[in-house]
Design a protein around this ligand. Structure first.
Ligand SMILES: NC(=O)c1ccc[n+]([C@@H]2O[C@H](COP(=O)([O-])OP(=O)(O)OC[C@H]3O[C@@H](n4cnc5c(N)ncnc54)[C@H](O)[C@@H]3O)[C@@H](O)[C@H]2O)c1
Length: 464
């Protein structure tokens, strides 16, 4: 793997390996007084939604349900239909907190600017497009002095990871509050588990396991581009298929387990290798699958102290489904997520057998309210209201980078270090800030409709 010419360490070694801290910006700025950024002239903050799909709609619903009075005033997307559906759904739930006139609805790649232009300094922008546009939108939000909530993952390659780390510092320097949708860390059950593990309940962590093995989901598997909409827009609508748009199935689906297991360990792994393959390349229709994903991944991450994290992912109909995570310590073990990305109950056990008799602790009944998607907004709005340091971008980048490292290592069949991943020169969606509706897609189909795909062991210096 070739490092870029700029291999200067963006983070100190300490920052680099530590997974628990909230912000680089906040710690760096601990002694610097920066003004509280709160929109003037109203108790009610305004929100702009950029990327009006499933998660964007959900994030606005989480936001409007908070104690802090918020109002949705602008929306942007690249598809009219997506924006219209999202608007209708949010308006039906919060009729009094949605005031998006037609001239505040924007379609196109520059829509993000217009939507954020509808906000005042100290209002909130939500970024829920596929990740390729995170740095573009974040940069503008910082210029405008806006607080931000952005969905995971936030980068898929080295250059944009470095860029986002720099932007994170700029946001903290302006005292902007930034939430990143790695919601496990806002689950109260997992926060209690984190505390118990730090207090030594299961001893020193020796190894951890994450599994997200399921059928074919999202837009991870694609048949050839049907010719419309334009290739760029089609790839965006099938973003799980394309590494430039999403980091692919590995980044998009497996990041939550990678993130919360690293959090429990208080560190980021320093290297990894992985095995993976693509068993079926033909769709039931008989057409070829043209996406850039493998269907099976198994990555072995290694931490500085030798601890291992194993992450298994699979998208295959009919195969054994497992969707959970575990931490094993010198005295006992923990079921971290029983089911799903951060599904309760979390629990701890003496020894390595998670039986009822061995149970030390279990989180409250799943019926007790603890919705991490709601909690992450509660934490963000609390930080805005009470001017608390709050910037989750560094850890969001690191979780994204560690996930990308696992994907890259499997796709190339090489051992890859975190330093190498961070300093790699291949940018997957260059000029994402200049896209128009007529721009060519970052990867183009060949005469057979096929896209460049990973070839483990053959393509070793670049992923595809
Ligand atoms: N935290 C979680 O559990 C969770 C769950 C689901 C999705 N997500 C994340 O949220 C993001 C969106 O996922 P989704 O499932 O909502 O996808 P989606 O396709 O439903 O929504 C994405 C929307 O963004 C729009 N869009 C794409 N590029 C745009 C651009 N440049 N400008 C404006 N709009 C643009 C698309 O047209 C679409 O409407 C992804 O990064 C995904 O990983 C997170």
């Amino acid at each position: 793997m070739t490092p870029s010419s700029d291999t200067t360490s963006i983070l100190s070694r300490r920052d680099f390996f530590k997974a628990s801290g909230l912000t680089i910006g906040a710690s760096a700025l601990a002694n610097v007084k920066v003004p509280h950024v709160f929109a003037q002239g109203s108790d009610q903050l305004r929100i702009a939604l950029i990327g009006c799909g499933g998660r964007g709609t959900g994030a606005v619903v989480n936001a409007l349900g908070q104690k802090m009075s918020l109002k949705l005033v602008a929306m942007a997307d690249v598809f009219q239909q997506k924006l219209d559906n999202s608007y209708k759904s949010i308006k039906a739930k919060f009729p009094d907190q949605v005031d998006v006139s037609d001239d505040h609805k924007f379609i196109g790649f520059d829509g993000y600017k217009h939507a954020m232009d509808c906000l005042r300094k100290g209002d909130i922008a939500i970024f829920t497009t596929p990740l390729a546009f995170r740095w573009v939108h974040f940069k503008y939000a910082i210029e405008k002095g806006l607080h931000v909530f952005m969905e995971k993952p936030i980068t898929a390659d080295g250059p944009t990871s470095r860029r986002m780390l720099e932007l994170a510092k700029q946001a903290s320097a302006k005292n902007l509050k930034v939430g990143v949708g790695l919601m496990s860390r806002h689950s109260h059950a997992m926060q209690e588990l984190y505390k118990r593990i730090q207090d030594g309940e299961i001893g020193d962590i020796n190894f951890m396991r994450g599994y997200r093995m399921q059928g074919i989901i999202g837009s991870a598997f694609s048949e050839p581009w049907p010719g419309e909409p334009k290739e760029l827009l089609w790839q965006i609508s099938r973003f799980h298929s394309f590494l430039w748009a999403s980091g692919g199935a590995f980044s998009d689906f497996y990041i939550h387990h990678v993130d919360h297991l690293c959090w429990l360990k208080n560190a980021w792994p320093v290297k990894c290798h992985g095995v993976g393959g693509r068993t079926f390349r033909t769709a039931p229709s008989g057409k070829p699958y043209v996406d850039q994903n493998l269907d099976s991944y198994s990555v072995e991450y290694t931490f500085q102290d030798g601890t291992k994290l194993f992450m298994d992912g699979r998208c295959m109909n009919g195969a054994l489904p497992i969707y959970s995570s575990y931490a094993h310590g010198s005295k006992g073990m923990a079921i971290v997520s029983k089911s799903g990305d951060c599904g309760r109950p979390s629990s701890t056990y003496k020894g390595q057998n998670p039986s009822k008799e061995n149970m030390l602790w279990t989180s409250p009944d799943p019926k007790v309210a603890d919705d991490p998607y709601f909690n992450e907004w509660e934490d963000l709005t609390d930080a805005i209201r009470n001017d608390k340091p709050y910037n989750e971008v560094e850890r969001g980048v690191m979780a994204s980078l560690v996930t990308s490292m696992g994907r890259y290592a499997t796709h190339t069949a090489q051992e890859v270090t975190l330093d190498e991943m961070l300093n790699h020169e291949h940018e997957y969606a260059p000029d994402a800030d200049k896209f128009t509706m007529d721009s060519p897609a970052p990867v183009l189909a060949d005469a057979n409709g096929l896209y460049p795909v990973p070839e483990p062991g053959r393509k070793t210096k670049r992923e595809y």
